[in-house]
Design a protein around this ligand. Structure first.
Ligand code: 5AD
Ligand code: SF4
Length: 445
C-alpha cells in the first residue's frame, strides 16, 4: 500500500478531478493521506486562472523539493506530479523550473495516471495531449466506501471546456473545446453516488448550462432535460449546477426552476462587469440589460431565488465610470454572495495584449469598494433568514455536543442545536440567530 497526497487549487472541477485521480490510483494500491510528509506520491492539482494561483504552485514545489530530498536521505522515495491547468499551460517548462517534478499531466489525461507514473520512474514525463478517448469513461468508478467517506453532497463534472473565448480567460486554452458527457454516463455515475448515500449533487462545467450531451439514440439534449432526469433518480433530493453563462440561460432552463422542486433556488450567474463597453471588450456576448432580463425572468419563476456572481475589476480600459456601472448593477440585482477578482493578465489571451491596462492602485481601490458592497448585501441576506423556517441538509456533526451541521438551500452553513436529525436527512429548522460564519437553528419536529 502506498500513500498519495493530493492538493487541489482553484475551482470545484479540480476538487472533482482530485477525487477521480484518487479513484484512478486506488486499483494500483494507493490510499489517500492528509499529511504530505507521509506520502510516496504528491499531486498538485493546479489552477491557472489568475497569476497568483500559478505562482503558488511554484512556491509549493520549492517546499516539496526539500521534503523529497529529506525523504531520500532516509532511504524513502517520493514521486511529484503537477496536474491541472498549470500543467496543461506550461508543460515542459515546469520540469525546467523545478527538477523535483517527475510527471506533468494535463486535465484530459488523468485516466493514464498509473501508466504515466510507471514511465516516470525512469525519466520525467510530460503528458499534455488532448487524447481522442473520453477520460471520464476510461476512469474507474469510486468504491462505495470512498463515496460514503466523501459525504452526502457530491460534485459531478458533466461538461468541460469552453468555446466562448472571453478575452481575459485561459480556460478555452487549458481545458479545450466544449465537451458534454453523455446523458447515460452522468446518470449512471449519480445513481452510484446516490446508492452510496449522496443526497445532493452539484453538476459542474465551465459552461454547465451549455451542456448538450447525447442520449442513447445519439440525439443531443438540452441541459434542462439532464436536470429533469437527475431529479428523478432515487435518493437525489437536491440539485445545483455551476458555472452558468448568461448566454445559455434559455427560457426553457429558467422554466425548469419552476418544474423541478429538487433544483435549489440559488443560481451562480457570473456577469463580470456592469458596463456594456467592458462587457463588449470582454467578448461576453451580452449586455447589462440582457443580464437584468434574465434575473427578472428567474425571479418571476422562483421568487425565492438568490443569486451569486463573479466580478472582475480593472479589466483593461475600465474607467471609473465603467466601474460605477458595475457597482450600480450590484445594487440593482442584490446578491447573496459573490467572488471578485482584480484583472490578471494571462499569457496568450487577447486582453493581456491591450495597452490600456489599469494601474494596480486603482484595481485595489475598486476591489475594496466592490467587496464592501457585496459583504453588506451578504450580511443583509443572512440576516433576513433569521426567524424563517428553512430546510437543511444535515452533513456532519456540529461544533458543539448535540449540534449537527448542514446547509440551507442557499449554501449557508447552519448549526442545529439539540438535533435529532441524522446525516443525510433534510430537516425543517427555525433560524434563531446569525454567527460569523453560520446560522444557528432549532429543529422543528
Ligand atoms: N483575471 C481575473 N479574474 C479572472 N477570472 C477568469 N480569468 C480572469 C483573469 N484573467 C475570473 C472570472 C471567472 C472566474 C472563474 O475567475 O470572474 O468567472
Ligand atoms: Fe472563461 Fe468566459 Fe469560458 Fe467562462 S465563459 S470559462 S470566463 S472563456
Amino acid at each position: 500500500m502506498q500513500k498519495v497526497f493530493i492538493k487541489s487549487y482553484g475551482c470545484q472541477m479540480n476538487v472533482y478531478d482530485a477525487q477521480r485521480m484518487a479513484d484512478a490510483l486506488a486499483p494500483n494500491g494507493y490510499v489517500e493521506t492528509k499529511t504530505i510528509e507521509d506520502a510516496e506520491l504528491v499531486v498538485l492539482n493546479t489552477c491557472h486562472i489568475r497569476e497568483k494561483a500559478a505562482d503558488k504552485v511554484y512556491s509549493e514545489l520549492g517546499r516539496i523539493r526539500r521534503m523529497k530530498r529529506d525523504r531520500k536521505a532516509e532511504g524513502l522515495s517520493m514521486q511529484v506530479v503537477v496536474a491541472g491547468c498549470v500543467a496543461q499551460a506550461e508543460g515542459a517548462e515546469i520540469l525546467r523550473r523545478e527538477p523535483a517534478v517527475d510527471l506533468v499531466i494535463g486535465p484530459q489525461s488523468y485516466h493514464r495516471l498509473p501508466e504515466m507514473l510507471q514511465a516516470a520512474q525512469l525519466k520525467p514525463v510530460v503528458d499534455t495531449e488532448f487524447p481522442v478517448e473520453d477520460k471520464f469513461s476510461a476512469l474507474p468508478d469510486p468504491s462505495q466506501a470512498s463515496i460514503k467517506n466523501r459525504g452526502v453532497t457530491a460534485f459531478v463534472t458533466v461538461q468541460e471546456g469552453c468555446d466562448k473565448f472571453c478575452t481575459f480567460c485561459v480556460v478555452p486554452y487549458t481545458r479545450g473545446a466544449e465537451l458534454s458527457r453523455p446523458l447515460d454516463a452522468v446518470l449512471t455515475e449519480i445513481r452510484k453516488l446516490a446508492a452510496g448515500g449522496v443526497r445532493e449533487v452539484t453538476l459542474l462545467g465551465q459552461n454547465v448550462n451549455a451542456w448538450h450531451g447525447l442520449d442513447a439514440h445519439g440525439t443531443s439534449l438540452p441541459f434542462e432535460t439532464l436536470l429533469q432526469q437527475v431529479a428523478q433518480l432515487e435518493g437525489i433530493e437536491r440539485i445545483r449546477y455551476m458555472t452558468s453563462h448568461p448566454r445559455d440561460m434559455t427560457a426553457a432552463l429558467i422554466n425548469a426552476h419552476r418544474e423541478i422542486p429538487e433544483l435549489m433556488p440559488y443560481l451562480h450567474l457570473p456577469v463580470q462587469s456592469g458596463s456594456d463597453r467592458i462587457l463588449d471588450t470582454m467578448n461576453r456576448q451580452h449586455s447589462r440589460d440582457d443580464y437584468f432580463a434574465i434575473i427578472e425572468q428567474m425571479r418571476a419563476i422562483r421568487p425565492d431565488v438568490a443569486l451569486s456572481s463573479d466580478f472582475i475589476v480593472g479589466f483593461p480600459g475600465e474607467s471609473e465610470r465603467d466601474f460605477l456601472d458595475t457597482m450600480d448593477l450590484i445594487s440593482r440585482v442584490g446578491y447573496a454572495a459573490a467572488y471578485s477578482f482584480k484583472y490578471s493578465p494571462r499569457p496568450g489571451t487577447p486582453a493581456a495584449d491591450l495597452d490600456n491596462q489599469v494601474p494596480e492602485q486603482a484595481k485595489d481601490e475598486r476591489l475594496a469598494a466592490l467587496q464592501a458592497l457585496i459583504a453588506a448585501q451578504q450580511t443583509a441576506f443572512n440576516q433576513a433568514t433569521v426567524g424563517r423556517t428553512i430546510p437543511v441538509l444535515v452533513e456532519k456533526a456540529g461544533r458543539k455536543p448535540g449540534q449537527m451541521a448542514g446547509k440551507s438551500p442557499y449554501l449557508q452553513a447552519v448549526q442545529i442545536d439539540d438535533a435529532k436529525a441524522r446525516i443525510g436527512d433534510i430537516v425543517e429548522v427555525n433560524v434563531t440567530g446569525l454567527g460569523t460564519n453560520s446560522l444557528y437553528a432549532r429543529e422543528l419536529s
